[in-house]
Design a protein around this ligand. Structure first.
Ligand code: SAH
Length: 190
């Protein structure tokens, strides 16, 4: 619960602030909306139902203590990356696929080496959920719902950024990795 509250505290001011930067292009398709709703249920509501009601007790199973400890250890990097990516993305952040009127391409800070650090932090988040909640449904609901959202969204997001920023984003893609920094040598551009 402390983790869930921390995530909300980090995001809250950004949700409020970025409303000032008007949306120019909205790609919030019905599919996007359903996926976002599913992830909210899986990552937000399921753990709350599990903690405060007996409805999901049928799916309880036991987790070894070292898995719980691993979950606690991942919570720190997840929160840090979640915070850093919100801070670096600033007014360009959207919960959905959107381009804002004064959208700038962020390529510094944590975005210098990773294209989707916020998604990295959310992958860690859903692992924290799975490793801390000893329940097959509540534990893995976040992993499954966010996993589907991620797989269906990340390609579309990069296409949208390519259409918006063209060669600038193409160059940026050469230098960065999607979820972790790019390994190996940077491609030489002659
Ligand atoms: N995928 C990124 C951002 C998630 S928020 C991450 O995981 O960190 C989603 C919004 O961020 C998208 O609607 C897109 O408009 C915007 N966005 C994604 N990458 C960006 C970048 N490098 N610079 C500016 N905006 C970006």
């Amino acid at each position: 619960m402390i983790f869930w509250v921390s995530v909300s505290v980090i995001r809250y001011p950004h949700g409020k602030r970025q409303r000032k930067n008007k949306i120019k292009e909205n790609r919030k398709t019905p599919e996007e909306k359903i996926l976002l709703f599913g992830a909210t249920l899986g990552m937000g509501l399921m753990p709350v139902i599990y903690v405060f009601t007996p409805f999901l007790n049928f799916a309880d199973y036991s987790l070894p203590i070292w898995v719980n400890i691993l979950g606690l250890l991942l919570a720190g990097p997840s929160l840090w990356l979640f915070y850093r990516s919100h801070k670096d993305l600033g007014l360009n952040w959207s919960a959905s696929l959107e381009v804002r009127e004064e959208h700038t391409l962020v390529t510094d800070g944590i975005y210098q080496s990773i294209r989707h650090p916020m998604y990295t932090s959310i992958w860690l988040w859903v692992l924290v959920q799975a490793f801390l909640l000893p329940n097959l449904v509540a534990g893995w609901a976040g992993f499954v719902t966010f996993g589907i959202l991620y797989v269906l969204r990340v390609g579309k997001e990069e296409k949208m950024m390519l259409q918006q920023f063209g060669g600038q984003y193409q160059d940026y893609m050469q230098k960065t990795g999607r979820l972790i920094p790019r390994m190996g040598k940077e491609k030489q551009v002659h």
